[in-house]
Design a protein around this ligand. Structure first.
Ligand SMILES: Cc1cc2nc3c(=O)[nH]c(=O)nc-3n(C[C@H](O)[C@H](O)[C@H](O)COP(=O)(O)O)c2cc1C
Length: 209
């Protein structure tokens, strides 16, 4: 990115993330720039307010999502967004019935009550499609945070739905293209909590001389 563009992006992000700080956080960390601040202050949100996320904002977030790096620009993903509570309830009901050995609240709770749910599927014909979907998801979550929208990456819904014949009606509702495999969810909404960062292990990163 050209320096002028980088500066403009940093300015926009500074404005965006300044409204983003966890309300009850006592952290006083300062960051080198707005992009780093956005990355370092994003947390998984499991409690959301009732405030709806406008489709305008959702579209901007998704546009950032699909601008993620992806293998050979194959864009080996598909995204289906559910922001209609009635549709979400229908999906949860099917899932609860399709997983009778698990308490219905536990099955339904796997979505963490996020008011917007992005269901993501990958093209299994492309061996790197899972990475593409991961990078798409990261872009979705970080751009969401720049708008003050919290997020949660969810693998659990896949465990309940994938390979479960009784949950096939969920996939029918979502209508992914033939052959695509549902692989991840990203929930979005305005945060009603400000969790602290979980510890990270820099020891996983080593320079090799
Ligand atoms: C692939 C993946 C699957 C995840 N699945 C779930 C999930 O099913 N339920 C949940 O509450 N969190 C889920 N998470 C969120 C992680 O628990 C969370 O990212 C991690 O604990 C680090 O916390 P942080 O995101 O606040 O930094 C998932 C994250 C990833 C990347």
């Amino acid at each position: 990115m050209k320096p002028i563009k980088l500066f403009a992006a940093a300015l926009i992000l500074t404005a965006a993330v300044s409204c983003n700080q966890p309300q009850n956080s006592s952290e006083t960390t300062t960051y080198d720039n707005a992009v780093v601040e956005n990355i370092m202050t994003r947390r998984s949100i499991r409690k959301y307010t009732d405030q709806p996320v406008s489709r305008d904002v959702i579209n901007k977030i998704m546009e950032c999502g699909i601008n993620a790096p992806n293998g050979q620009n194959k864009q080996s993903w598909e995204v289906r967004i559910v922001d209609n509570p009635a549709t979400m309830e229908k999906i949860k009901e099917i899932m609860a019935k399709g997983n009778p050995t698990i308490k219905p609240e536990a099955v339904k709770g796997c979505f963490r009550d996020a008011p917007v749910m992005a269901f993501i599927a990958r093209d299994p014909e492309y061996p790197f499609s899972a990475y593409d979907c991961g990078l798409l998801s990261a872009n979705i979550m970080l751009s969401a945070w720049s708008y003050g929208v919290g997020s949660i990456c969810l693998g659990m819904p896949v465990r309940f739905i994938a390979g479960n014949e009784a949950c096939k009606p969920v996939l029918d509702i979502l209508g992914f293209s033939e052959g695509y495999e549902f692989c991840l969810c990203v929930g979005l909404g305005y945060p009603d909590e400000a969790p602290a960062a979980k510890p990270r292990d820099m020891g996983k990163v080593k320079f090799i001389e």
